[in-house]
Design a protein around this ligand. Structure first.
Ligand code: HGY
Ligand code: MN
Ligand code: MN
Length: 428
């Protein structure tokens, strides 16, 4: 007679520990609080514009935590910071994971920062577990993802993708006339102990953890978003040239009122970009008037258009009308229209999306597939290697706002998924 061993009563085979078992949620949370002190605003947010003193302090704090684990820390010619854990084959293309530490002017504690700290936490978990990986793993903090001090954003990952473009970006200036090149040199000077490293390099795969910055995961009570792709973006800068004039003495017929023309342009553009499905994302985020004095007819207006959509054909059909609409509404002024960003929509490879989904399901985490409305450095790494993203919820989807908030448990869950995904990738 064959004894039927009842699997529940036999010797409990101890399930081998996974990298996710070694993720320390409390350490991850505390590091968010420590990082949030750098550039802290009075309203609970952060102001850590790219390559400012606060942003460089954040690079330094990341480097300190990494050095405490004897990970190799380096910084390249555009200011990207790398934290490397060697693999058994040091020549193998590394797995990269990370995001950005710079923020919007009134940013939150989690946008970008979470992706860098979750990546460091995942690396530490793998290290604590003593897992050897064939491939090196590199945590990356990309320079100037937000693109508010220096335009365009995602500069660090753009240059990593195309090192030959470095000089083109180093000459970009901020509103004070400081060049990106000078700011990067200042960052290296502020962090002399961080080894300099050559630009670019091979990538086996890239996975970025990020808060969703939208309400879907929270609304659907999901902990993990397996991100399927990123919608496309077209960004324009519009400058309207009129003529300063006296507000009291200049008749309407003699005015070249740049503000009146700019307001007409924005009204017409709002009509162009209105869609009842509410899929189009149209934003006038910057609007500056000169001389901005109550008794002077404005002689100049500068404003930006940020237009996003998941369908490249719509990005083309609507975006290509911007210049003519501005020209039609210029009244007695003249207008310059400059497109400064055009990134097509991308779809992440199924093998990475499925790897994220499977890792989350193995951990018993409620998971859904979701597209990204926000832009990320992953859109550049996508052109170098198989790329994907892991989203976790943020409160009410609020982001690019000092009230941005997230739960420790969700941040921990995302880091656990990330640890298991990058460990598998690093052993391919
Ligand atoms: O604008 C974006 O989507 C990114 O958050 N910087
Ligand atoms: Mn971000
Ligand atoms: Mn952002």
């Amino acid at each position: 007679m064959e004894w039927q061993v009842n699997p529940t009563s036999g010797p409990q085979a101890t399930k081998p520990k996974a990298a996710s078992d070694y993720v320390d949620g409390q350490r991850l949370w505390q590091r968010h609080l420590d990082m949030a002190r750098l550039g802290a605003t009075g309203n609970g947010g952060v102001r850590r514009l790219a390559l400012t003193a606060e942003d460089n302090e954040a690079r330094g704090l990341l480097a300190t935590w990494a050095a405490n684990r004897n990970f190799d820390v380096s910084m390249d010619a555009i200011g990207n910071v790398f934290v490397r854990r060697e693999g058994t084959d040091s020549h193998a293309a590394p797995v990269l994971t990370g995001s950005h530490l710079d923020s919007q002017p009134t940013g939150g504690k989690f946008d970008g920062t979470y992706g860098v700290l979750a990546a460091l936490e995942a690396l530490e978990a793998i290290d604590t577990a003593g897992f050897k990986t064939r491939r090196p793993i590199e945590v990356v903090s990309w320079t100037n993802e937000e693109g508010c001090r220096f335009v365009p954003g995602c500069t660090g990952s753009l240059v990593y993708r195309t090192p030959a473009d470095l000089q083109r970006y180093l000459v970009i200036k901020d509103v004070e006339g400081i060049s990106l090149g000078d700011a990067v040199r200042a960052a290296h000077a502020a962090l002399p102990t961080i080894r300099q490293r050559p630009l670019g390099g091979p990538v086996w795969a890239f996975v970025e953890a990020h808060i969703e910055q939208g309400p879907e995961l929270e609304r659907q009570a999901k902990t993990i978003g397996a991100v399927t792709g990123i919608q496309g973006t077209r960004r324009f800068e519009i400058t309207v040239h009129g003529e300063d004039a006296h507000a009291g003495t200049t008749p309407r017929r003699a005015r070249k009122d740049a503000l009146s023309a700019a307001v007409a342009m924005v009204a017409a553009l709002e009509q162009l970009f209105y869609d009842k499905e509410d899929t189009v994302r149209f934003t006038v985020g910057r609007f500056e008037v000169w001389p901005n004095a109550p008794s002077v007819v404005p002689g100049k207006v500068f404003f930006t258009i940020d237009f996003r959509h998941p369908d490249d054909a719509v990005l083309t059909s609507l975006g290509d009308q911007v210049a003519s609409i501005c020209e039609t509404n210029r009244k007695n002024s003249t207008v310059d229209v400059k497109q400064v960003i055009r990134t097509p929509p991308i779809k992440f490879p199924e093998r990475i999306v499925a790897a994220v989904e499977l890792a989350a399901q193995r951990l018993g985490l409620p998971t859904m597939r979701i597209a990204s409305g926000a832009a990320h450095d992953a859109q550049n790494l996508f052109h170098l290697a198989p790329t994907g993203m892991i989203f976790v919820p943020c409160e009410k989807g609020i982001s690019h706002n000092e009230r941005e908030n997230a739960q420790q448990a969700d941040l921990t869950a995302g880091a656990r998924v990330l640890a298991d995904v990058i460990l598998d990738l690093a052993n391919e």
